[in-house]
Design a protein around this ligand. Structure first.
Ligand code: HEC
Length: 176
């Protein structure tokens, strides 16, 4: 039943985005200020900020060195379950969408094919740090094993497999 909850979460991206509600609340004040500022600038300059296009959103937050480090950490700690190249074909996994005989779901792909890109950086970090158990899953917690910096680097490693289009959509989610 617990896995059912998780699979429902997989099937309904919106509900898990809502998990980041607190972060959104915090951002609200910042956004108000930004909207105010943008409209003032818009009035002054006579143009809108509509040209703020998605092309900027394909620019990755990590450097190539960070990516190299992240790939090493990912292959040592994550690839066994999530698959080389984060493709969801970890050891013994035939189909990540099919639970085992105990109803437990395997590790999903993190390469943009599944659900990971629906989560803000903050939620991704929390999932990695705390593991899946708080949400009824089985992923181990990395708190105490990987520092926050190392956890962030694993995110760079898996995000590098996301196509630009997916990454740009994630940037929008991440800003909410
Ligand atoms: C022992 C197997 C295992 C290992 C090792 C593992 N994971 Fe996971 N991971 C899972 C499972 C299973 C899930 C699905 C949720 C659950 O059951 O907890 C998951 C879920 C996730 C998610 C959420 C995916 C989504 O679609 O929302 C992220 C992000 C993630 N893992 C990142 C990592 C990173 C980064 C590492 C390495 C530091 C790692 N995992 C190591 C098994 C593993």
């Amino acid at each position: 039943m617990i896995s059912q909850v998780f699979s429902d979460a997989l099937a309904t991206p919106i509900s898990s985005i809502n998990l980041d509600f607190l972060a959104m609340l915090k951002l609200k004040t910042v956004l108000y200020k930004r909207v105010l500022l943008t409209s003032v600038i818009g009035l002054l300059s006579g143009c809108s900020d509509a040209e703020n296009t998605a092309t900027d959103d394909t620019a990755r937050w990590y450097t190539s060195e960070q990516l190299v480090q992240g790939k090493v950490i990912f292959s040592e700690n994550c690839a066994a379950c999530h698959g080389t190249d984060a493709n969801g074909q970890g050891e013994g996994i035939v189909d990540w969408k099919v639970p085992d005989t105990n109803g437990i779901y395997p590790a999903p792909p993190l390469n943009g094919q599944a659900h990971a890109w629906h989560h803000s950086l903050k939620v991704l970090l929390r999932t990695i740090n705390d593991g899946g158990k708080p949400l009824g899953g089985t992923m181990p917690a990395w708190k105490g094993h990987l520092t926050e910096t190392q956890q962030r680097l694993t995110i760079a490693a898996l995000q590098d497999y996301w196509p630009d289009e997916t990454y740009a959509k994630w940037r929008v989610i991440d800003r909410r």
